[in-house]
Design a protein. Structure first.
Length: 234
């Protein structure tokens, strides 16, 4: 009789232990599920923030690319002036503004900085995480260096003064001090002409190189946007 009671007690005790273990496992599972859902929500929120920043970056990139193209057109215009070809003289104020103008790169990094503060591993997709890191740690710094730090890209300091010395005597201004036209031809020696043409060639090459980098970064940005849209609820 005593033996049967002991057996029943052991079965009861084991059953209790099993139920407790099951309860603990369920609680852990629920807790893990809640943590995973919380992390997913944070990941989605940060990716949405990054996506919004990319849309603003896209505007800045396209604006700078358009301005560099205007700079290339200005090189062609000045080339025609210095080689005594016919030009629209009343367009001088437009091309005068763009020939040696430099630009800055405005980048919205708030979303990426939020991600770094949380930990880059928050992004579960390896390729998406790598694309984000490459854009913010490689592409954007390279653009900023080209626009703001590379001495060769400092067109104003490098070329404006000397080119302007040959242009300014022939500029025509209205009564309000606004540039209206230019009197042609210029009085430039063959030696000075070749020097200015070499400057224009250099400006054109450098702007073309900068544009090629922008094109690559633009493609990377658009691809990243698509990947983010596929994995988030925007």
């Amino acid at each position: 009789m005593e033996k049967n009671k002991t057996g029943k007690y052991l079965k009861y005790a084991i059953g209790e232990i099993v139920l407790v273990v099951i309860g603990i496992l369920i609680a852990l599972s629920i807790n893990n599920w809640n943590e995973e859902r919380k992390e997913n929500n944070i990941e989605n929120k940060i990716l949405v923030e990054i996506s919004k920043g990319l849309k603003q970056d896209l505007i800045d990139i396209k604006t700078n690319m358009s301005a560099h193209r205007a700079g290339l057109k200005a090189c062609e215009y000045y080339y025609d002036i210095f080689t005594n070809k016919q030009v629209q003289t009343d367009s001088i104020n437009y091309y005068y503004s763009y020939l040696t103008r430099g630009y800055i790169s405005i980048q919205n990094r708030s979303g990426y900085e939020s991600l770094k503060s949380r930990g880059l591993e928050l992004i579960k997709h390896d390729s998406l995480r790598n694309d984000i890191i490459n854009l913010y740690e490689q592409d954007y710094p390279f653009i900023m260096k080209l626009e703001e730090q590379d001495p060769e890209g400092n067109f104003y300091d490098n070329y404006f003064k000397e080119i302007n010395n040959h242009i300014s005597p022939n500029l025509i201004f209205n009564n309000y001090g606004e540039m209206e036209s230019i009197e042609l031809p210029l009085n430039v020696s063959e030696t000075e002409q070749k020097k200015i043409l070499s400057y224009l060639w250099k400006i054109k090459n450098d702007r073309t190189f900068i544009l090629s980098i922008y094109f690559q970064v633009l493609e990377n940005l658009l691809q990243l946007q698509l990947k983010i849209e596929r994995v988030t609820t925007l």
